[in-house]
Design a protein around this ligand. Structure first.
Ligand code: XUL
Ligand code: CO
Length: 437
């Protein structure tokens, strides 16, 4: 049985091909800066949008045509879906995938039944992983969809709900470990507030830290050595999410002694919702040694919510790859397509078009970023811009040889500071465009 009849394994045909089901830039074995594209990019498909997304929106029902999915919550349907997911990923040629616990198995009528259903599906995943060589980039737990989590999970006011969430994390960690997952993600779901008047902010954030410490302890006790990741997002579903951006997450991790265990999983549309560019988030996390992985997608300039579109903008992918080449490699993280096809793109083949385009956009961004770096003009400009710190006074300040009094004395003696030079923003933007052309 095949879910995608007529689709062969997607292959690289080069930039000139007009074939829509072929790669024009992603050539997995091609070396860039001495590393294969496959190893630079470590592409991953998400189970939730790609295999569970229905296309519903606040104004209308689902539209997706998924002939293999009978829409039921049966375990047979979950197993069939798993086989189809691996057929899709194998044909696409991605090395990784990612899931939430609730994506892969029906929750049934009790937590125990959910755990048994997870075990059944995990057995199928293991078989399929062995058959195809596809691996698990990360696992996570859905602590936001069920109504029990309406006040949050780790930050809920209801201690029993905290326990329920802990049980879900325990099992999600165990199945991630069982499947050889390379990371484990915590996205803050409903960990935030809608109104400060009913919120004990300190208690909630203390509880979040306690929850994450419990997760780290359990992971170590079962031998999971993968990387823990926090995924920042500023709002949606709550008005204020505690993990609002890279800087807020890093501050939280350090304040609670979690920084040794966690890095960040940065998502493009979350960055823009926070009023940042993705490059800002990558640079901020990168310079702090906290860049773990990325959820690759994009928002819509005209819409103020998380549209999770597939990334096709070469300017965006070039900026991402400039930062990733600077601070990477991403491993054990990857480029995870947390993206969904539009409601109007409802046929199964659209899943291929979406992923092929996004993989090509990142592969092209990688090549462009590597060419900009090889050229060296951009790096040299930045080096020269800060040259006053390489010798004399700047070098002395950096070496800790000055205080306010000595600096005051220095500049009083000198009188006029050295002249400033142009930042040449426009010239540098022109330089980037030269490589995009
Ligand atoms: C939500 C989001 C999640 C996380 C995993 O906006 O990005 O899908 O990536 O929970
Ligand atoms: Co995400």
């Amino acid at each position: 049985m095949t879910a995608f009849p007529g689709v062969q394994k997607i292959v690289y045909e080069g930039p000139k091909t007009k074939h829509p089901l072929a790669f024009r830039h992603y050539n997995e074995k091609e070396l860039v800066e001495g590393r294969s594209m496959k190893d630079h990019l470590r592409f991953s498909v998400v189970y939730w949008h790609t295999f569970r997304g229905t296309g519903s929106d606040p104004f209308g029902a689902g539209t997706m045509l998924r002939p293999w999915d009978d829409g039921s919550d049966s375990i047979e349907n979950a197993v069939r879906r798993a086989r189809v997911a691996f057929e899709f990923m194998e044909k696409l040629g991605v090395p990784y995938y990612a899931f939430h616990d609730t994506d892969i198995a029906p929750e049934g009528s009790s937590l125990l039944q959910f755990q048994q259903n997870l075990d059944t599906v995990v057995r199928v995943f293991k078989e399929e992983q062995q058959r195809t060589g596809i691996r698990l980039l990360w696992g996570t737990q859905n602590l936001f969809s069920h109504p029990r989590f309406l006040h949050g999970a780790a930050t809920t006011c209801n201690a029993d709900v905290f326990a329920y969430a802990a049980a879900q994390v325990k099992k999600a960690l165990e199945i991630t470990h069982e499947l050889g997952g390379e990371n484990h993600v915590f996205w803050g779901g409903r960990e935030g507030y809608q109104n400060l008047h009913n919120t004990d902010l300190k208690r909630e954030i203390d509880h979040l830290a306690k929850f994450l410490h419990m997760a780290v302890d359990h992971a170590r006790s079962i031998g999971f050595t993968g990387q823990f990741l926090i995924e920042p997002k500023p709002h949606e579903p709550t008005k204020h999410q505690y993990d609002s951006d890279a800087a807020a997450c890093i501050n939280f991790l350090r304040a609670y002694g979690l920084e040794k265990h966690f890095k960040l999983n940065l998502e493009t549309n979350h960055a823009t919702l926070a009023g940042h560019t993705m490059m800002h988030e990558l640079e901020y996390a990168g310079m702090q040694g906290m860049l773990g992985s990325i959820d690759a997608n994009r928002g819509d300039l005209l819409l103020g919510w998380d549209t999770d579109q597939f990334p096709t903008d070469l300017y965006l992918t070039t900026e991402c790859m400039l930062s990733i080449l600077k601070y990477g490699p991403l491993a054990p993280g990857g480029v995870n397509f947390d993206a969904k096809v539009r409601r109007e793109s409802f046929e199964p083949i659209d899943l291929f078009h979406a992923h092929i385009g996004a993989m090509d956009a990142f592969a092209q961004g990688l090549k462009i970023a590597a060419a900009i770096r090889a050229d060296g003009d951009l790096t040299e400009f930045v080096r020269q811009r800060y040259a006053s710190w390489d010798h004399g006074l700047g070098a002395e300040i950096e070496a800790g040889k000055h205080d306010l009094a000595s600096l005051s004395q220095y500049i009083l003696r000198k009188g006029t500071p050295a002249e400033n030079f142009s930042g040449r923003q426009e010239m540098l933007e022109n330089l980037i465009n030269r490589y995009l052309g």
